[in-house]
Design a protein around this ligand. Sequence first.
Ligand code: NDP
Ligand code: 2IT
Length: 442
Amino acid sequence: MVKAILAQVKKRNPGEPEFHQAVEEVLESIAPVLDKYPEYKATKIAERIVEPERQIIFRVPWMDDKGQIHVQRGMRIEFNSAIGPYKGGLRFHPSVYPGIIKFLGFEQIFKNALTGLAMGGGKGGSDFDPKGKSDNEVMRFCQSFMGELARHIGPNTDVPAGDIGVGGREIGFMYGMYRKIRNEFTGVLTGKGLDWGGSLVRTEATGYGLVYFLLEMLKDAGKNIKGATVVSSGSGNVSIYAMQKCQQLGAKVIACSDSNGYIVDMNGINVKTVQQLKEVERKRIKEYIKHHPDAKYHEGCNGIWNVKCDIALPNATQNEIDEKSAQKLVDNGCYAVAEGANMPSTPEAVKIFLKNKVSFGPAKAANAGGVATSGLEMAQNSQRLSWTFEETDKHLEKIMKNIYASAKKASEEYGKPGNLVVGANIAGFEKVARAMYAQGLI
Ligand code: NDP
Ligand code: 2IT
């Protein structure tokens, strides 16, 4: 039965392999749930959940500093709102097309359900590349993008946030435009600046949450993060704060990357330097070796998985760990992998990790700390209050522990103890399925 649903997804969404990949994994996991609850089969919950509730695609024209006009494509896929307003990030990257946004929006449904907060799933973005653009160019693009998006979103309808290529700067420009168009100050975006409705810890949340989840995995495996060597791919928002938290807990982070290459620093990556280079100066990671001459730079980003480590944190992008890289990690003694990026391991790589008893934290569960803290930002906006760093961080930690516990419990209930891929998919699905069933044929 799930085979037929997948076939239909492929037929309806041709040429979108990332979306097919994400759907296939979830359908495989939830097949026993559909067997257990015939009412879900009868009401076609699975067939409905793989079809977005709404897909918006729009033109985004903008002018560069030389007066040249460019036309980008913008989109927002409102996937599922059974348990709350659509919620999920915006990605600005030249590789963005509907297949990427659909895979992300689909995964977001289950991730958001796992957080225990009332958030549905959605995702959006554009093929705009912020790299190498001036602040004014980025602003003009963001304003044009929001000029259209504003009519589709709202604090109780759809609440976008950041993702690859969208950070505090872009959220600021988009928020300003939304406020102007709608003439209202509401929590319509998360990841806002601290002076205008943002939440403490949101910047750190995905990386910190990832490490809180990792700690639960390590505890069950009888391992300790203290003294462990860590490799964290990427050098953006997720990677930076995952590295920072690992170091605070006594791990040694020895490598990180960007899309051009990776650096290895056996003295331990200096996260302050990475922050300065990437968050402030927007430079390439290669520049790191100018500041730390003992470190080595290697061209090409995939080689990072050849660096021997105890713990691997793929924090860059989808399908960055293939079968060969996974085998290399296993051969080098890596015993834990926690996914900060969305779908960074190919299905073949996941099989290798599970077969070799590597503790494996799938993205939906392990990186849910970002959106969970977005949920906390929405709660603070509704209250018109701001919580302290400590209070928010405690909430985040508790949410990550709960996610781990519910994924673990579901994996045991369905006879796959320790398989958190199956556990996370089932725990997320069951909550959304119950809501869809209760709300009738919508
Ligand atoms: P950023 O834009 O801050 O950083 C992305 C990093 O990944 C950069 O170092 C970038 O290198 C690298 N990267 C991006 N695309 C590629 C590619 N095609 N090949 C190799 N490297 C690449 O994004 P985030 O840190 O926010 O996002 C990283 C991952 O985490 C994504 O998968 C995202 O979906 C996921 N995520 C993010 C959350 C958030 O709250 N921000 C929450 C949950 C998941 P370069 O600078 O060279 O492009
Ligand atoms: O993939 C993700 O969960 C995010 N990019 C964060 C989404 C959000 O709404 O905070």
